[in-house]
Design a protein around this ligand. Structure first.
Ligand SMILES: O=P(O)(O)OC[C@H]1O[C@H](OP(=O)(O)OP(=O)(O)O)[C@H](O)[C@@H]1O
Length: 142
């Protein structure tokens, strides 16, 4: 949802591609391993790439994705993230030269859902960002 809203504000000629990188499964903690489950379909050699993320938590997903896009020959890999859980970072964001990092808001260490963000695939369709009550996820076992 964030990506859909953001790209409608960009008037430059751009190509848009969706890549699914998963690391959470149905749990509230990152597995620490990010898996790219859809391969890139367009040629990005010597292109300037902007990754649009809803939220950065441990940094596992972005780290994997940035490496992947560099391997695919991107000239630069910038990142625009709506929310950034800075306090939860385990892998620092390392972008190639000439890349930029755009952060919407710093996010507290709470479980947020809505506006595309899920818990166990639920709540993505909420038209706002909300805090999930701990009682909602503490009953789910890892
Ligand atoms: O910084 P990290 O600890 O890697 O966490 C951030 C990632 O977690 C969420 O995706 P998730 O893996 O839940 O999959 P989803 O995009 O299908 O919701 C979110 O959309 C980020 O991509």
């Amino acid at each position: 949802m964030f990506a859909a809203d953001l790209v409608r504000k960009i008037s430059l000629p751009i190509s848009i591609e969706f890549i699914r990188v998963q690391s959470y499964g149905n749990r509230t903690e990152s597995s620490g391993v990010a898996v790219i489950s859809t391969e890139l379909q367009i040629d990005i050699i010597d292109k300037h790439v902007l990754v649009i993320e809803d939220i950065i938590d441990t940094g596992t997903t972005l780290s994997r994705l940035v490496s992947y896009l560099k391997e695919k020959g991107a000239a630069s890999v910038s990142v625009c993230a709506l929310l950034d859980k800075v306090l939860r970072r385990k892998i620092p964001l390392q972008l190639p030269p000439g890349s930029r990092f755009y952060r919407g808001f710093e996010c507290p260490d709470d479980f947020v859902v809505g506006y595309g963000m899920d818990f166990a695939e639920e709540y993505r369709n909420l038209p706002y960002i909300g805090l999930l009550k701990p009682a909602k996820y503490s009953a789910v076992s890892d």
